[in-house]
Design a protein around this ligand. Structure first.
Ligand code: GUN
Ligand code: ZN
Length: 432
């Protein structure tokens, strides 16, 4: 059955940062979907005439955007959001890792997974690359809940054999066996994909990184995720732990942890040549601006990433990040670039691209999701603010789609997401 969704429609079919396209916007438009795919979009009156039998969903006045995709967010860290006052390494050891150790029983892990997945959907996020738990049973519960959620989830067991609290430590051999078992159970099963997930070089001996390389060779289509160059103390520690490595990336490079589906979070302080090698290795970067500001880690050299041709997208990094809203992260990215002498002049089209088309391409899903092109899977979000709030007042005054989108990035948050659809199926509806 064909369905028609009436709303103001905005997406970004190309890459505005590299000049291939800007906004596509249809005031009082409609999106036609059938069997979970987009079959048409255009003016509401014209589409109604073209599909007179279609079932109508009237979201007139609201804005319909492609589903947002978060390429760096930690499943066990929802309760850590807002834990103030510490830089990265002490934030990890005093607040975050102890909280992650609490997922040591199935009920706690399942409850955490449900709340986490619901928070993604409630913020208009339809897909995510999720940093998992170090505890295999908790990660198994997460995968089960992810498969049931309808979201497009890539995730994996977090790995480390040092610099972690005892309940999270695993030997290199355990890392290998537990990862291999979860890969067998979940990679490309029930809509889930597996991402190999060494936490960061700080917590991984060479034996663990070696095991990761072996797993990547055994199963070539795995995704990969880790952290890099986030904080100066962290970088100095890596230098002491790996005296043979010229820089942080070299600690991953040696073990073959590179390639088009590899995502490194942060990269705020790359060494000379490091960005160029990362770009040549075709890895991508998750830029997490609210986390970088919250933890005082530094600011993102976006211009440098653009110049060396590195792919990047904006992500939340919950719980270092200050929430799940990718609108908020877009605003934080915009503000961070405004502060830099070499800052990239981001506009609303670039921000939307950085949370839709860019992350979709990085996760190898750019042919299916990330824009509203006919033929794409019907992943989209309806944004409708309360009628008596500031955002509604601003939207009443806008005269262009750019202004509309700028207002959404600046003011729309979780409470403005009216509904979230994945593959044409409603997976979240705001109550009330
Ligand atoms: N580096 C290693 N683990 C983490 C984490 O959980 N959050 C952030 N922001 N950086 C990390
Ligand atoms: Zn992170």
């Amino acid at each position: 059955m064909i369905e028609l969704f009436r709303a103001h429609i905005i997406d970004v079919p190309g890459d505005p940062l590299r000049g291939t396209a800007g906004l596509r916007a249809i005031e009082d438009g409609a999106l036609a979907i059938d069997a979970g795919r987009i079959i048409d979009l255009g003016n509401y009156t014209e589409l109604t005439a073209r599909f007179p039998q279609a079932m109508q969903h009237d979201w007139s006045g609201a804005t319909l955007l492609p589903g947002m995709i978060d390429i760096h967010v930690h499943f066990p860290q929802l309760p850590v959001i807002g834990s103030m006052g510490l830089p990265l390494l002490s934030w990890l050891s005093e607040r975050t890792l102890p909280a992650e150790a609490a997922l040591d029983n199935e009920a706690a892990a399942r409850d955490a997974a449900r709340r986490f997945l619901r928070s993604l959907a409630a913020n208009g996020t339809t897909g995510a690359l999720v940093f998992g738990s170090h505890i295999a049973a908790a990660q198994e519960a997460f995968f089960q809940e992810a498969a049931d959620s309808g979201l497009r989830i890539c995730s994996g067991l977090a790995l480390g054999d040092r610099e972690l609290p005892a309940p999270l430590l695993r030997s290199a051999d355990q890392c290998y066996r537990e990862s291999r078992e979860l890969i067998k159970r979940w990679h490309n099963k029930r809509g889930v994909r597996y991402a190999l997930t060494p936490r960061f070089s700080v917590s991984c001996s060479e034996a663990v990184l070696e095991v990761c390389g072996a797993l990547m060779r055994e199963q070539r289509d795995l995704l990969f995720q880790s952290h890099i160059n986030e904080n100066q103390d962290e970088i100095a520690l890596v230098r002491r732990q790996f005296p043979w490595a010229d820089d942080y990336f070299a600690t991953y490079e040696r073990y073959g942890l590179t390639g088009r589906c590899s995502v490194y979070a942060h990269n705020l302080h790359p060494a000379p040549d490091e960005c160029e090698r990362m770009a040549a290795a075709q890895v991508a970067v998750a830029h997490c601006p609210s986390s970088n500001a919250f933890l005082g880690s530094g600011s993102f050299p976006m211009q440098q990433h653009l110049k060396c041709g590195m792919r990047f997208a904006v992500a939340s990094d919950v719980g270092g990040g200050t929430g799940f809203s990718l609108f908020k992260e877009g605003l934080a990215a915009y503000e961070m670039q405004r502060q830099r002498d070499d800052g990239v002049a981001l506009d609303p089209a670039a921000l939307l691209y950085l949370v839709t088309g860019a992350p979709a391409a990085i996760l190898g899903m750019g042919d299916h999701v990330g824009s509203l092109d006919p033929g794409m899977l019907a992943d989209f979000v309806i944004v409708a603010p309360a009628s008596d709030g500031t955002l509604a007042a601003v939207l009443d005054a806008v005269t262009t789609p750019e202004q509309r989108l700028g207002a959404l990035f600046t003011l729309a948050r979780e409470e403005c997401i009216a509904a979230t659809y994945v593959g044409g199926r409603e997976i979240y509806r705001r109550s009330g």
